[in-house]
Design a protein around this ligand. Sequence first.
Ligand code: ADP
Length: 487
Amino acid sequence: MNILMVTSEAVPFAKTGGLADAVSALSIALSKLGHDVRIVLPRYYRIDRSALELIPGPMGVHCGYQEIWTGLYTTKLPGSDVPVYFIDHEQTYGRDGIYGVPGETDFNDNPQRFSLLGHAAFQLCRKINWMPDIVHAHDWAAALAPILLKFHGEYHDFSSTASVFTIHNMGYQGVYGKHQYPHTGLSWDSFYAAGFEDWDRMNFLKAALVSSDKLTTVSPTYAQEIQRPEYGFRMDGILRYRSQDLIGILNGVDTEIWNPAKDKLIPVRYTAKTLDKKAENKKALQKRMGLEENPNIPIVGMITRLADQKGVSELFGPAYGSAYRICTEIDLQMVILGSGEDWCEKELSTLNRELPNFSAYIGYDEDLSHLIEAGSDFFLMPSRYEPCGLNQMYSLIYGTLPIVRRTGGLVDTVQNYNEQTGEGTGFILDNLTPQSIYDTVGWAAYAWYNKPKHIRAMQLQGMKQKFGWDISAKKYEDVYKSALLEK
Ligand code: ADP
């Protein structure tokens, strides 16, 4: 099959979250299954043009009010034959930030910026003379592609192409004033028919949920949860209506990058057979984070966007968050890597100053994220909701026991500790409250000190889990086939 991935993020070019990892890894896995997979995304300012190949001639994209003349660059995804195409338009994408910058977290002209991406995806196919069987769009910023396929008269030549839309996070929908709607280039009839209308505003995600042939999300449990009001972000009704077309497929892990036996970013590599070597990474982590170098105290690690979704309010909320109590009442060390909301960054700095067994690094740091996975004993993810989550899977692979909330992909990947039998791969909390985070971290630390055999058995059990993209790619292949069959 010819598959075009339309996305606003793809590693290693542009990333704000798990979406970027998923798109690239899935593309490579599908291409290994023999499909011709190509990716299209904007060329943001930070993507260096000199490392790319220019496709000669400007590309005219008829987009809303105007014809926009873009440039087109290409390269291959590193380590693969998957072509990546970059839409180049200085005025639209030539700035820092994918969706916004600090101070303007959502660019005012995002409807226009991402409408251009949707139209350019089809224009690209014409220009390179390549017809996709499947247009696979990811999250609201790429939502226009499946919508155009169904509702825009200009794309008749794609009438045998089917569309798949993947929800990586329901919390981000692309909702704007309807005066921006003309940028989509669609008629006002489609404002209602395609499902844009949302309390008299326009909603990109909603329209993709209505218009795409098949919908997927990144774990089976999240696919069920988003059909309920608590998790559906107001879209639960549409998703219940479309439940026959909604499939949950767990994200895989790129085991070339996240593998303690091969990881070049950690001081000492190890496997399940040489798990004792993990202690050397723990020592290195303690050193790097300025903590006491002591093998006899458990480390709880965390790598996260500092956003409410991740449970950071309950953990670090001034006065009521449980981190202070955890660090003062439980004998452990805590290591946090993250960036995000202002209040939370400030709170982390305060805890850094006040607690000798707490160390936070505020920022984005790929190397440190690998060291935290390799050097920690536990990994904390008390998410409010979690479409899939990657770090709990990395943790299992690295023999680092996840402490997670019972939601989304965390349910599909972590098996709760049974203190009678010693079975399980992690520790699960049900309610997102400061007390329950405290209790569950306390439970994990108790097991670490008192049930070392159970802890070791859980680590080994976790390290056996298989999260390869090859498994997920086959499931996407089935979705593509049924989308084409039902077209
Ligand atoms: P989300 O996409 O909701 O942020 P995921 O768990 O799906 O959450 O993916 C997050 C990815 O981003 C993981 O690969 C994680 O290691 C990485 N990450 C998040 N914050 C940081 C950070 N501050 N430094 C390095 N990597 C980070």
